[in-house]
Design a protein around this ligand. Structure first.
Ligand code: GTP
Length: 402
């Protein structure tokens, strides 16, 4: 009992401290409460020598039952973004407390069987969600699933032990290796699950930070540095595997007018709708990045000129057909111009040269009246500087991928 008390006290303190750091917005709060409830539950059970039996048994086991439900609530919130169904969250602890009170009249070995089965049942919703959607979330959640399964198994073992050795369960302070070990092991597993849950929360924060460092917050596209790094990677792979790589620069037409006419937030909505429209036409291996403002790039591995032109023409038509509905109900349309270049493996074009060429192609598309696609021949000489490129564009920044 002392081991469990100190274990849950340590877990509670660590969760509480973790919550005061950058993890405060996560679901650790519910687990912290669950851990305190389990700790107080065990304190009440341990005080049965001083307190009336009904008080320590119902209060202690009841608090442990509520603590287990809180753990499952935390797992559900973490994995699904929603808590347990309300009827279970409130109903399960209430029914558990009633059952525990009812079991008081039973012989001790039967009460042990009943309470062990009750706790094991309360753990099931947490295990279920961890083995389902939780299995594909953070890796640390798998260790939480495993430890909760071990805790449930140990509780079941305790029930079996009590059924087969009722003589070991004659009075509360009777020592028995079988019942002591199963009890200790099941709750040590719960403590282990708590530490696994903290790790899963850290894993989630790390993943969010990684996403924030590599993606654009408004559109969810890769940011410029990441897209640039992937372009270089795909060029290298294209050379090695002797396959062409398509590079596309997309620029929304007269986007300043969209902002000026409909407002900046309508412009943001247009950018999001545009990205969704483009993305649904891409293959999983294609890369879409936001190069800046209303400019986006596509890196299309193993794509020849015919394939890239067809795709970009479809994108242009799709964008033209989009009806963008702003929050105030206003509907408006946008168009896009695109420059396309194909890097042939034997040409050994650098990312900088490719960008200069695609920039020229976009300039042609804009100059020809916008809402069109211009395919640039990669054999055309690339100018040494950005002279003649799309006016107003910052030159290609080779350090963007650094
Ligand atoms: N709403 C919104 N507007 C943006 C964002 N990023 C850039 N813009 C706007 O995009 C506009 C780009 O304007 P310009 O570079 O003049 O280009 P344009 O009006 O699209 O004209 P062309 O490209 O020549 O067809 C500017 O008004 C920027 O403020 C953004 O994240 N949200």
């Amino acid at each position: 009992m002392l081991a469990l008390l100190s274990g849950f006290a340590m877990l509670g303190v660590q969760l509480w401290i973790a919550r005061r750091s950058r993890l405060r917005y996560l679901d650790l709060g519910v687990w912290t409460w669950g851990s305190w409830l389990l700790l107080f539950g065990f304190c009440l059970l341990a005080s049965r020598i001083f307190l009336p039996l009904w008080f320590s048994a119902v209060g202690g086991n009841g608090l442990i039952a509520v603590g287990i439900v809180m753990y499952c609530e935390g797992i559900h919130r973490h994995v699904t973004g929603r808590g347990l169904p309300r009827w279970w969250l409130w109903g399960a602890p209430a029914v558990a407390c009633l059952l525990i009170a009812w079991m008081l009249a039973w012989p001790l070995y039967l009460r042990t069987i009943g309470i062990s089965l009750l706790f094991a049942t309360l753990l099931l919703p947490g295990i279920g969600v961890l083995l389902g959607p939780g299995w594909r979330a953070e890796y640390s959640l798998r260790s939480v699933a495993l430890t909760l399964i071990l805790a449930t198994g140990s509780l079941l073992l305790r029930a079996v032990h009590a059924a087969r050795h009722p003589e070991d369960y004659q009075h509360l302070l009777q020592s028995s290796l079988g019942q002591g070990l199963t009890f200790l092991f099941s709750f040590i597993c719960l403590i282990g699950a708590g530490f696994g849950f903290v790790l899963a929360n850290f894993e989630r924060v790390a993943r969010r930070m990684e996403d924030m460092a590599s993606t654009d917050a408004l559109t969810g596209c890769l940011n410029r540095a990441t897209a640039d790094a992937l372009l270089r990677h795909e060029l290298e792979r294209g050379r090695r595997e002797n396959t062409p790589v398509g590079f596309v620069l997309l620029d929304l037409d007269h986007f300043k007018v969209v902002n000026d006419t409909h407002g900046h937030s309508a412009g943001d909505t247009a950018l999001q709708c545009f990205v969704a429209e483009v993305r649904r036409r891409l293959r999983a291996s294609d890369v879409m990045g936001r190069w800046g403002g209303e400019e986006f790039v596509l890196v299309l591995p193993s794509t020849d000129q015919a394939g890239a032109s067809r795709l970009v023409e479809q994108i242009r038509e799709g964008v033209q057909a989009l009806q963008i509905r702003h929050a105030c109900g206003e509907v408006f349309r946008i168009t896009v111009s695109a420059g396309v270049v194909i890097a042939q493996p034997h040409e050994h074009l650098s990312a900088e040269q490719l960008f200069t060429l695609v920039d020229q192609a976009l300039y042609q598309a804009k100059g020809a009246g916008r809402n069109r696609v211009h395919v640039q021949d990669s054999a055309a000489p690339a100018p040494a500087s950005s002279t003649g490129a799309h006016p107003g564009r910052p030159p290609f920044a080779p350090d963007a991928s650094a």
